[in-house]
Design a protein around this ligand. Structure first.
Ligand SMILES: Nc1ncnc2c1ncn2[C@@H]1O[C@H](COP(=O)(O)OP(=O)(O)OP(=O)(O)O)[C@@H](O)[C@H]1O
Ligand SMILES: O=C(O)C1=C[C@@H](O)[C@@H](O)[C@H](O)C1
Ligand SMILES: [Mg+2]
Length: 189
């Protein structure tokens, strides 16, 4: 989901593994020649953005040793899964109130699907995130591994996900990737 930490956590994982890091939203901006996703939605449309997002994911899918932070909505097009499945997919599952809090802290101007001119930013972001999540949760659940911030917090004895550092989340993601790959190898042998 938007603001779940894909870029922050993705960069740490890439560094640990010695892989390259790519952000698909940034690659779409570069290929379209418009400096922000919000402007691409405005000048063109969401559908235009989604077509370009699929092209970027297709191009990335033939590369090796990379971590990709996808756009939060990439999961909605089945064709994107055929590209993402060339690698291992991770769902960073962050409670919606934590997402809304992070997003409200920086404002919604860069997030066209959440933006509104008036009202309490936290309440509006929370309401829109809830609606988006309801539409998408089954798609996110297609990921090979789910990294749940609530579960990490429980393991660490906290009841507040906001105290979790990006490094702790990256470590959990690496452990989940290892388990997924181990199970896959056991099924093969
Ligand atoms: N574990 C964390 N604890 C607190 N804040 C965090 C954590 N991880 C990321 N953030 C903050 O939340 C915001 C969103 O993080 P980030 O940009 O990594 O998410 P994203 O999933 O890439 O978002 P986007 O939808 O913009 O691509 C940033 O301001 C970031 O500093
Ligand atoms: O969740 C979404 O649909 C989006 C997430 C962002 O990463 C951008 O790809 C865009 O703002 C749409
Ligand atoms: Mg990002």
């Amino acid at each position: 989901m938007m603001g779940s930490g894909k870029t922050t956590v993705g960069k740490i994982i890439a560094e640990v593994l010695g892989y390259s890091f790519f952000d698909s939203d940034k690659l779409v901006e570069q290929s379209v020649g418009i400096p922000s996703v919000a402007e691409i939605f405005q000048v063109h449309s969401e559908a235009f953005f989604r077509d370009n997002e699929s092209e970027v994911l297709r191009d990335l899918s033939s590369m090796h040793r990379l971590i990709v932070a996808t756009g939060g909505g990439a999961v909605i097009r089945p064709i994107n899964w055929s590209y993402m499945r060339k690698g291992l997919t991770i769902w960073l599952d962050v409670p919606l109130d934590a997402l809304a809090r992070r997003i409200a802290a920086v404002g919604t101007a860069s997030r066209p699907l959440l933006h509104q001119e008036s009202g309490d930013p936290y309440a509006k972001a929370y309401a829109k995130l809830t609606a988006l999540f309801e539409q998408r949760m089954d798609s996110y659940a297609n990921a090979d591994a789910r990294v749940s911030l609530e579960n990490i917090a429980l393991k660490q004895g906290h009841n507040d996900v906001n105290v979790l550092t990006p490094s702790a989340i990256a470590i959990e993601a690496l452990l989940k990737m290892e388990s997924f790959l181990t199970e896959k190898a056991m099924v093969r042998n």
